[in-house]
Structure formats: C-alpha cells, structure tokens
Design a protein around this ligand. Structure first.
Ligand SMILES: [Zn+2]
Ligand SMILES: [Zn+2]
Length: 348
C-alpha cells in the first residue's frame, strides 16, 4: 500500500489528507523542521514539534500553527501521526504515519550522532522509510563531534594569539547553535550576525537554553571585536559587513569541507567538517534500524544510495523532491564530488 504518495505538491497521505513538508501551499502541512526548503510559506495549517513552532513563526510569520511533543500521537482522519527526534537541528522530527496495518516514516533531514541540542535520533520501525541522502556517498565519514569542536577551539585560540578575529561561517539555524556550544568552554564573548541573532531569539522564546551572545550592530566597534569571535552565515562571507572584523581569519563549518578544494574555493582560512546530516555509515545504520522493506531516497546522492540498498537486498527507489536548497545542502555550490578525498584540517 502506498500510504504516502509523491505528488507535485509534495509527500501526500491520502487517508489522512495531509502533506509532509509540501513545497506548494496546501491545507494541512506537517513540518519536519524549520529549514526553508522543508518549511514553506502559504499553507493554511501547520503541525510541527513545539520547538519548531517559534522558528516557523520567525520565518513564515503569522499562520495557524499546532505543535506536539515527540512520541505524542494525534489522529488525522483514520491515520495516526507521531513525531520522533531526527537529531538534525533543534525541533527536527521524523514523522511516523500509521494506517490500518501499515507504518511509514518520513525522516526529513537527520543525523545519528547526538549534538546534545537537537534531540537524539530515534530509530522507528516501519514498513517504508523515506530517507534523505545529502551525504549519501561512502567518502562522507564524519569524525566524532568532540574532536571537531576541539579543532575549532584551538583555531580560535591561535587566531587570538596572532591578533586576529575568528569569523566562523555557519548557517543561522542548526550549525550556528552547535558552533556556539563548541565555543562555550572558551568563556569568551561571542558576537553574532543579525540572521543568527533572530534564530537565537526564537530559540530563547521556546525556552531553549543557549549561551549568551551579542549582536553585531552599527555601534559595535573594531575594538569590541578585536581578536574576538564572530559567528556569521555564509551570505556575510566576503561582504563589506566583515570589514570591521579586520584583521580576521575565516573558518567554514560544513560537511562539504570534506571535499578537497572546498576550503580554497570558498576563500576560507580553515574548513571544519561539521555536518547536521548523517554520513554514509549513519544513513545505512539508520535505514537498517527501521527494518523497512521499502526505502525511498530523496535529495542528495539518491542514485548511489538507492543502488547500494538494492544490492543489499533492500528494495529502494529514488524520489524527486524539491528539498535540498537549505542550509548545508546549498553550500555545495561547487557541485563537485571527489571520491579520492583527503580530510581538510584546521591546519590548512
Ligand atoms: Zn534541513
Ligand atoms: Zn533537507
């Protein structure tokens, strides 16, 4: 039974009459997380996790929002729906859809290593699993988060000793909050770009505890920022906004930094391989844990992952969606995939 159909508006559950992360306006949208390609404007009603609600309000303005907690079930017609942590960004959820004897799970985006702020990815058994594949190639193999965090801190300390401001480029929702946590042990004042400030305020309003930050404003002086720490989104990189940080060093935080050459192409001084998505092993472990008989693969390296799963005896098909223009996914603007990759370290 095709409990979730792939339509031109998005993933549709006919017996429940709702969409999951639709890319066109619909009556009822269940939203996995607040990244702009999964949470689009124009629907009549939104259902999401409690933590996602203030983020949607900040990004989509006033609408009808309903929110529930993880592992909490609601009924939509004859269908039971529940949300389960996806570990991707704060509030990110997998959507479990159950009707008669059939269970399907839509993963949204996810990562399997816990980052201590986004909730711990929860494997949910199902008949069919719809997975992302942003980093669905065997070359993507993340180092433990704590060692990446340590590299970031050491880089910041070295910049300070050299009289340079550290500018860490991280997406405003997801990566920025993790970088903030990584920097917390340094006990330094941290400045953020306005885009990150806005997300920060939304998270605080949801009752989420975050380290203190200061917003960079026109009043922020060069002296304030001298040899300090700044977190900014990719859009600010190389813009006049960054002039006041001079002299500075740029550190780019993204899974794409694992591809050789991306640090150079983006004119960064350092690349930190930090991702909010599962690596190759994480994807496979998550898929196996669902025990799904059918796996549909969306945005990323669909054909590679799907082919691999079929070879392993798990029925799999690729699905074309309009996801993949958020955050980290958009950083891969080089479109380059190099299978003979060496890790790029902070030393570069
Ligand atoms: Zn996302
Ligand atoms: Zn996505």
């Amino acid at each position: 039974m095709q409990l979730i159909e792939f339509t031109d508006k998005g993933l549709y559950c006919a017996p429940g009459n709702f969409y999951i992360d639709p890319w066109k306006p619909v009556d009822k949208a269940i939203i996995t997380h607040a990244h702009s390609d999964h949470a689009r404007w124009g629907s009549k009603q939104y259902l999401c996790h409690h933590y996602t609600k203030p983020l949607l309000q900040a990004r989509l303005g006033d609408n009808v929002y309903e929110s529930i907690g993880w592992n909490e079930s609601i009924r939509l017609n004859e269908v039971t729906v529940s949300l389960h942590p996806a570990g991707h960004i704060i509030g990110s959820s997998q959507v479990r859809v159950s009707y008669k004897d059939e269970v399907w799970v839509v993963s949204g985006d996810y990562k399997t290593e816990t980052d201590h702020i986004s909730g711990v990815f929860e494997p949910v058994q199902c008949h069919a699993f719809i997975t992302e594949s942003t980093f669905g190639l065997p070359i993507y193999n993340w180092m433990p988060q704590e060692s990446i965090y340590e590299k970031i801190r050491n880089w910041v300390i070295a910049n300070k000793a050299a009289g340079k401001t550290s500018v860490l480029i991280a997406y405003s929702l997801g990566k920025a909050q993790r970088v903030l946590k990584a920097l917390e042990p340094l006990q330094e004042k941290i400045y953020v770009h306005g885009a990150i400030w806005n997300m920060h305020q939304a998270l605080l309003s949801a009752g989420i505890l975050m380290p203190a930050v200061e917003r960079v404003t026109p009043e922020t002086t060069k002296d304030d920022l001298k040899a300090g720490i700044v977190i900014a989104p990719p859009g600010a990189d190389g813009s006049p906004w960054m002039k006041r940080m001079e002299p500075y060093a740029v550190g780019m935080c993204s899974g794409w930094m694992q591809v050789r050459g991306n640090v150079r192409r983006r004119n960064a001084d350092a690349g930190f391989i930090l991702s909010d998505h599962a690596d190759w092993k994480g994807l496979l472990a998550a898929i196996r844990a669902t025990r799904a008989e059918k796996v549909f693969v969306t945005h990323g390296f669909q054909s590679t992952l799907s082919r691999y799963l079929n070879e392993q005896g798990i029925y799999s098909a690729e699905v074309k969606t309009e996801y993949g223009n958020d955050d980290e996914e958009a950083v891969n603007d080089t479109g380059i995939v190099e299978p003979h990759d060496d890790q790029i370290n902070a030393e570069l």
